[in-house]
Design a binder for this molecule. Structure first.
Ligand code: AKG
Ligand code: FE2
Length: 309
């Protein structure tokens, strides 16, 4: 069993209907799929691969050696308890947000100038919005509008993109620590550019962990909690995790498309007669406050812990 791979170029041709229904099916059954022929130029992807590995080498690798996961693992080995570490991840991570560019890694030339993948992802996810929204029986642009709700006149409170650049360095004891603990993603949709060579990402499907197989230059898409709510549970945000590995330094770049912190998110008008709303309505910023403490805990209680509207 492998997660669905969808040829996105077919969305504009004769096979549009089939492509749309394949996407809908993947969102319903997996919460995960991979896009090939997505339209993001290879040149740009190659540049991003190079920039992120240059950045890791010059600005991150040395610091990882004295990071918390490394220290905790060493302590554990000294104690020889054999217990697995559940409080941290064997991951090096930095986040790129448009509004905090001065906090971006600054010694990797070209990084700041190159938010290209983010921009391209933005376009791709808005195209996706057209298709996903329609697949859910919603008018085109519905998701974009819902995610921008609460927008201020000055345009500061809009749906936004965040990019998380991760590396999972080789780990001497992958049985004792996770690359990234199991979780669902909080936001709307995630576009993930994962390593071509080293695997490790797994998704939970019918109680079984399934590898998200590396496909050269593909973009992995997954549904976040807000689309689960908006679709009233028809699309599910799937549990996923990253395994630590003894070999390789796996790269992954996740672009999160999130609602404005002020947007009110709830199930979209339920069209079928008699269907009930299965989720409360809340403000996305309030959800994020709960998520910050409960990311690695069961999902349903999170929705109930948020102040309802
Ligand atoms: O590194 C990956 O492949 C997945 C990362 C992830 O799930 C996350 O950042 O939320
Ligand atoms: Fe995730």
């Amino acid at each position: 069993m492998a997660i669905p791979v969808i040829d996105f170029s077919k969305i504009n041709g004769e096979e549009r209907e089939k492509t749309l229904s394949d996407i809908a099916k993947a969102c319903e059954e997996w919460g995960f799929f991979q896009l090939v022929n997505h339209g993001i130029p290879l040149e740009l992807l190659n540049k991003v691969k190079k920039l992120s590995s240059d950045c890791y080498k010059t600005e991150r690798e040395e610091a990882f050696k004295t990071s918390t996961p490394v220290k905790l693992l060493n302590e554990l080995l000294e104690q020889n308890s054999g217990e697995k570490i559940e409080s941290v991840d064997w991951e090096d991570v930095f986040t790129l947000l448009d509004h905090n560019q001065n906090e971006w890694p600054s010694n990797t030339s070209g990084l700041k100038g190159d938010v290209g993948v983010q921009r391209r992802s933005e376009e791709a996810s808005e195209q996706d919005d057209g298709s996903d929204g329609r697949n859910l029986g919603l008018p085109k642009g519905y998701i974009k509008k819902a995610f921008n709700e609460g927008m201020e006149e000055d345009g500061e409170e809009t749906a936004f993109f965040g990019t998380k650049v991760s590396h999972y360095p080789p780990c001497p004891h992958p049985e004792l620590v996770n690359g990234l603990r199991a979780h669902t993603d909080a936001g709307g949709v995630v576009l993930l550019f994962q390593d071509d060579e080293y695997d490790g990402l797994q998704v939970l499907k019918d109680g079984e962990w399934i590898d998200v197989q590396p496909v050269h230059n593909a973009i992995v898409i997954n549904i976040g909690d807000q689309i689960e709510v908006l679709s009233n549970g028809r699309y599910k945000s799937a549990w996923h995790r990253v395994l630590a590995r003894e070999e390789g330094n796996r790269r992954s770049i996740a672009s999160f498309y999130n609602p404005s912190y002020k947007a009110a998110i709830g199930p979209a008008a339920v069209s079928e007669e008699g269907s009930e709303k299965k989720y409360p309505k809340f403000v996305f910023g309030d959800y994020m406050d709960v998520y910050a403490n409960q990311k690695f805990m069961p999902k349903e209680p999170r929705f109930l812990a948020v102040k309802p509207l």
